[in-house]
Write a protein that binds this ligand. Structure first.
Ligand code: SAH
Length: 273
């Protein structure tokens, strides 16, 4: 007997919380999914809002990785489009590879659709840029050590020594250790830190601004214990700076592929912070 061709399992980034922040491609897959396995309350809304009436929709919160891969393999034998819906982007702290390996072993085709990470949504909520010319051009996405140990060279203190932007996931309950690591890496007690809770969630988003010295107490006062992004960056608050180095891309003296320079560089003065 000829085996039917298995369906594809699509790992879809649901975005940070606002159902409108899923990609058009992700939404299209939900609209034609025969089965959806979603991760937690955060993404249930997107799943249930756009899935067809006869779609099998299951929350993975009580499942082990083995349960999940077995479920995805079973559903792929039954329907053409199976969706694993995850918060933010599937490639960040999402157990993507642990789930892909058993599907590969079972011969089930896999595809990944990226999503808006909570790091980006948190910066957007706070109207912050994670990079600024001549301030920092580097963003580090990381976390404090929890049950998952940090590999050598990746302690927060070591990463913070770069003085670039840090987006710290999964660490709101370890705020004391976060600020201690920043201090140990030479960050000033006055250096700004912003914490965004439930970025993009309609009606639930909270933004707490403070400094390395004050942010722990402020987060405790605001009772933030989960779903929060910690951003420490020399770029924070730049919206209110009076002097700013301008991006070369939009500089009138800068010629690039799509535009000829209109002003010779020698006639320009650049503000520097
Ligand atoms: N793949 C996800 C991250 C999952 S790990 C992504 O790309 O965003 C879970 C952590 O992400 C949480 O502990 C928190 O630090 C962060 N997070 C997820 N959603 C968030 C949101 N809406 N606002 C702020 N932080 C969020």
């Amino acid at each position: 007997m000829v085996q039917p061709k298995p369906g594809t399992v699509w790992f879809v980034g649901a975005g940070p919380g606002d159902p409108d922040l899923i990609t058009v491609k992700g939404r299209g897959l939900i609209e034609r999914a025969g089965a959806i396995l979603f991760a937690g309350s955060l993404v249930s809304e997107a799943a249930t809002r756009w899935a067809p009436a006869d779609c099998v929709i299951v929350d993975s919160k009580d499942m082990t990785l083995e349960d999940m891969s077995a479920w995805l393999i079973t559903q792929a034998a039954r329907c053409e489009t199976v969706v694993r819906l995850q918060t933010g982007d599937p490639g960040l702290y999402g157990a993507l590879i642990e789930l892909v390996q058993p599907l590969d072993a079972a011969g089930v085709p896999v595809q990944v659709v990226p999503g808006v990470s909570s790091a980006m949504a948190s910066a957007a909520a706070a109207v912050e840029s994670l990079t600024l010319p001549e301030v920092t051009q580097t963003v580090i996405l990381t976390r404090m050590e929890g049950r998952t140990p940090m590999p050598d060279g990746e302690s927060l203190q070591e990463l913070a020594a770069h003085h670039s932007t840090l987006c710290i996931f999964l660490s709101i309950t370890l705020m004391g250790q976060v600020t201690a690591a920043l201090r140990a890496a030479g960050w000033s007690p006055d250096a700004p830190v912003v914490v965004v809770h439930k970025a993009s969630w309609p009606g639930e988003e909270k933004i707490v601004r403070g400094t390395v010295a004050t942010i722990q107490a402020l987060c405790r006062e605001a009772k933030l214990v989960s779903q929060s992004m910690i951003i420490a960056s020399p770029t924070l608050g730049a919206r209110h700076w009076t002097t700013l180095a301008k991006s070369k891309l939009y500089d009138a003296s800068f010629t690039h592929r799509f535009r000829q320079a209109s002003v010779p560089a020698s006639q320009l003065t650049l503000d520097t912070p």
